[in-house]
Design a protein around this ligand. Sequence first.
Ligand code: PGA
Ligand code: ZN
Length: 400
Amino acid sequence: MRIKDFGINEIFDSRGNSTIEVGIAVGNGLAFYSSLPAGKSRGSEEAAVLPFAAASSAANRKRLGAITNRDFKTQRSFDEFLIALDGTKNKRKLGGNVMLGLSMSFARGLAAEKREEVWEFLQEEFFGASGGAAVWEPVIFSNLVNGGEHAANNLDIQEYMVLAGTKGGVKSAVKKLIAFYGALGERLSSLKRAANIAVGDEGGYSLDFKNNLEPLAILADLIREKKFSGSFRLGMDAAANGFFSDGKYRFDGKTVTTGNLAAIYERYFKKIPALYSIEDPFAERDVSGFSLLSETLQDKIVVGDDLTVTNRELIGKYAGEGIIGGVIVKPNQAGTVTEAAEALREARDRGIKAIVSHRSGETDDVFIIHLAKAARAYGVKIGAPVRERIFKFNELLRIV
Ligand code: PGA
Ligand code: ZN
């Protein structure tokens, strides 16, 4: 496919922050667009994000001009060209956001050229077509209580998620989640005697709790009462970079060591049997914490996000060491579709669970749902089933 022209537009994400939309024109009047989400609790090794002004500067447009009027036959060859053109480790020259926008738009263009759905094209390109039309029953990681950097409340933990199984169909799981989200709102209103409860960046409820354990206990009780125990489990994203400094953690108002924090999490898992997963329980530099906790969890998983930043080598290393049982895959941490797909393949080859994820600042772009389906990922992490987050749920309804 030949790119005739490209464009970078400024748009706004779900927080009202500036982000970009990247389009490519491929002739015959055809153009493909992709927009870029933004993270707030970012891993230090993520691909660089250029603000709109730098992304669309004359100098960057000149550099990017090299992609036009050249024939790229595959997604990989296009992405490798971009990576070489950028030439930096963290994609700071062209911008990881610009590169991913071009890369996703290119995938959309190639899929259209082949008259295929984006997920079909990605599956053939990266995951072997053998999966074909086989059923995909992703677990939906839905963030219902927000804390940490995503909410103005007293929770250190960033996300309390319901993990909804879809064996009975995606529609029935989404309906259950929506009903549960409503019931949780009512429960929190009555428990906290608050008529209006704010929501955080991902649509989950945001209010003060007694401590970091209380939301889990409330969620577990409500799951039991609603008789959803068969299809709902619980997960947390501690995003512990956010409460780590000088080698210690600030948790529930106390300063604690790595060992203390591991013991606290172990207690959570014992108290709340429905709790299945914990993402970034320790800071990305505190690898010792991940191994300490992984040793004590048997049928539960520790998930890497800031730790692994959608990087194939890091995923391979930590999965190989047995310190993660799951991994978050965010294409914009990597900066090209090929690298995100490689991260997913690495997770599959290592036998750990891959969860394809949105960011806390989102757009209406649903590409990640197609990538998740192409890879038959274990899960999709897409926020509460409301507001701008609902676009990803709706795409699941369309393509699963
Ligand atoms: P972010 O957080 O999108 O704000 O970086 C999401 C996460 O930590 O999983
Ligand atoms: Zn995370």
